[in-house]
Design a protein around this ligand. Structure first.
Ligand SMILES: Nc1ncnc2c1ncn2[C@@H]1O[C@H](COP(=O)(O)OP(=O)(O)OP(=O)(O)O)[C@@H](O)[C@H]1O
Ligand SMILES: [Mg+2]
Length: 155
């Protein structure tokens, strides 16, 4: 069972598709930490995740809110975008801890901002641009998690 897989996603639809595949099988309380520079495709991946979970609303880049909750699917999806986070205290005020007890799937953009609040068990998603619209995406299970079979490369 691999704990790391790598995918080349040549366009935004492929990135979204990978998110959708993960969303269709992801377990309750799974935390996804999504890293990548500005415009790397983190929200695009989360949109796929929401679609795979069957959530009714489409995730967008939050403007003022740190957190959005998307319902209507197999599990709720909590989407945090910490780009504008001022301090770790601010993320706690946003109800951060309560999301972990809610049974939701949690997807976090800019998780570098979490510092000491970084969950030990998570799936790390790292998105690196390759050329104009290619993205090299690595999924890594951290802390004893297992990557779902659905995202393993075809044999
Ligand atoms: N292979 C690709 N995967 C993902 N997005 C791509 C790809 N190729 C082009 N794009 C485009 O790049 C943009 C990525 O925007 P998106 O909002 O998903 O990035 P982000 O990492 O969330 O940005 P931010 O750092 O502002 O939160 C979109 O316009 C998307 O269509
Ligand atoms: Mg984004």
């Amino acid at each position: 069972m691999p704990n790391t897989i790598e995918r080349m996603c040549p366009n935004a639809s492929a990135t979204r598709e990978l998110g959708r595949t993960l969303g269709s099988v992801v377990d309750a309380k799974q935390v996804l930490l999504i890293r990548g520079g500005l415009g790397a495709g983190k929200t695009t991946f989360v949109q796929g995740l929401a679609e795979g979970l069957g959530c009714t609303d489409e995730p967008t880049s939050p403007t003022f809110n740190l957190v959005h909750v998307y319902a209507g699917g197999r599990l709720p999806l909590v989407h945090l975008d910490l780009y504008r986070l001022g301090s770790e205290g601010e993320v706690l005020e946003s109800g951060y801890a309560s999301h972990f007890e809610s049974g939701a799937v949690i997807a976090i953009e800019w998780p570098e901002r979490l510092g000491a609040l970084t969950p030990t068990h998570h799936i790390a998603v790292c998105i690196e641009p390759i050329g104009k619209s290619g993205r090299h995406i690595t999924l890594e299970a951290i802390g004893g998690q297992v990557l779902p079979h659905a995202v393993w490369p075809a044999q």
